[in-house]
Write a protein that binds this ligand. Structure first.
Ligand SMILES: *Cc1c(COP(=O)(O)O)cnc(C)c1O
Length: 392
């Protein structure tokens, strides 16, 4: 590894460990175990596992290690632990570091499963959780206490695309020694500077932009070497949420092209938002990277671009459904960050289970649709969206 590489080079070459065959493409070590030369060598490895030494794939594997090194390099983190899914990363990062009696402050606008882990699981084990409006620094300041062990938020919230000021929240949290854990999916590893801005722990669902082609579930936890190897690894390797070597290979291949894909997706998101600003059928076109977004300056300061997702408010559920059903290229599904453009109606799918008043608080209105831009031709996509809006 070398720190002289720029991101695009690190995404292609970072972490690569070649076998004696000198393969160009990263090898998949589809092996659960490793052979020792002697009983003494086995004993020694269980006492202390050295670099490039492995015991069992749940603990680590050469292909998985390549993925961890590559993503850590581009995120600017000391180390990373690859997990079986994004939720294994979220629950693993939180559960590995928290204990009964600890206090956590979390933004209220969260991916449904993250909300479940914080409000249903952690509280069952005696962790107290306070929810705040992530965009309101006064609420963070009031909620964070001397006994607050961690703060947790999505840097851009799903699906309303509100942006949390990482630097400001980190300052408030660090004043009380709390660990700052961010779910950075919508910012993407391409635009993220979260570690530099004060995040202690960064989490990705690799299922989204890192794979980017809708093939595999995966996740990753990034942080200091002490946190990853001392806190996260012992918990993950014994509780079973590790990434499979095959998935790690898919994710390594995803990282090779992520910069090209995500920049193209963000450019289309911006062009589309621009094209829909004054469209009579669109009440609001929300994209944090567009100058019309109330947090555009904050977005530009924190992550340069606004990600790859646009939210549209079309008025009501009937209008939203008519729009979805008229689309010809954009697929109705619920992944995001895929090469294929995908549209979701959060109120009736991903966020269906939230009580109506909570949906209203979070801005998940019946007319809101979440559009994840793919890498199709920008003109074709905008034309497809325009013809579907005509049908509304
Ligand atoms: C998808 C997603 C997750 C969960 O990731 P999985 O890989 O599906 O487990 C967590 N947080 C956010 C913001 C997501 O978009």
């Amino acid at each position: 590894m070398t720190n002289e590489w720029n991101t695009r080079t690190a995404l292609v070459h970072g972490g690569t460990a070649r076998s004696q065959w000198g393969e160009v493409s990263e090898a998949i070590f589809l092996t659960q175990g490793f052979v020792y030369d002697s009983a003494e060598a086995a004993q020694a490895r269980f006492i202390e596992t050295g670099p490039d030494e492995y015991i069992y794939a749940r603990y680590g594997n050469p292909t998985t290690a390549m993925f961890e090194k590559r993503i850590a390099m581009i995120e600017g983190a000391e180390d990373a632990f690859a997990t079986a899914s994004g939720m294994a990363a979220v629950s693993g990062a939180l559960t590995s570091m928290l204990k009964a009696g600890d206090h956590v402050v979390a933004a209220r606008a969260l991916f449904g499963s993250c909300l479940y882990v914080l409000s249903e699981v952690l509280t069952r084990y005696g962790v107290e959780v306070t929810f705040v409006d992530g965009t309101d620094l006064d609420q963070w300041q009031t909620a964070i206490r001397p006994d607050t062990a961690a703060v947790f938020f999505e840097t851009i919230a799903n699906p309303t695309l509100e942006v949390v000021d990482i630097e400001a929240v980190a300052k408030l949290a660090h004043a009380h020694g709390a660990t700052v854990i961010v779910d950075n999916v919508f910012a993407t590893p391409v635009f993220s500077r979260a570690i530099n801005q004060g995040a202690d722990v960064v989490i990705y669902s690799a299922t989204k932009h890192i794979d980017g082609q809708g093939r595999a579930l995966g996740g990753v936890i990034l942080g200091t070497r002490e946190f990853i190897r001392g806190t996260v690894e012992p918990y993950m390797k014994h509780t079973g949420g590790s990434m499979s070597p095959f998935t790690a290979w898919v994710m390594l291949k995803g990282l090779e092209t992520i910069d090209l894909r995500v920049r193209a997706q963000a450019a289309t998101a911006l062009a589309l938002t621009d094209a829909l600003q004054d469209h009579p059928k669109v009440k609001r076109a929300i994209y944090p990277g567009h100058p019309s977004h109330s947090q555009h300056d904050l977005t530009t300061r924190l992550m340069d671009k606004g990600g790859t997702v646009v939210a549209l408010d079309l008025g009501g559920q009937a209008e939203a459904f008519r729009f979805l059903n008229a689309l010809k290229i954009v697929l109705i599904s619920n992944n995001l960050g895929d090469t294929k453009s995908i549209i979701t109606h959060p109120a009736t799918t991903t966020h269906q289970r939230l009580p109506d008043e909570q949906k209203a608080t979070l801005g998940i209105t019946p007319g809101l649709v979440r559009l994840s831009l793919g890498i199709e031709d920008e003109g074709d996509l905008i034309a497809d969206i325009r013809q579907a809006l005509d049908a509304v």
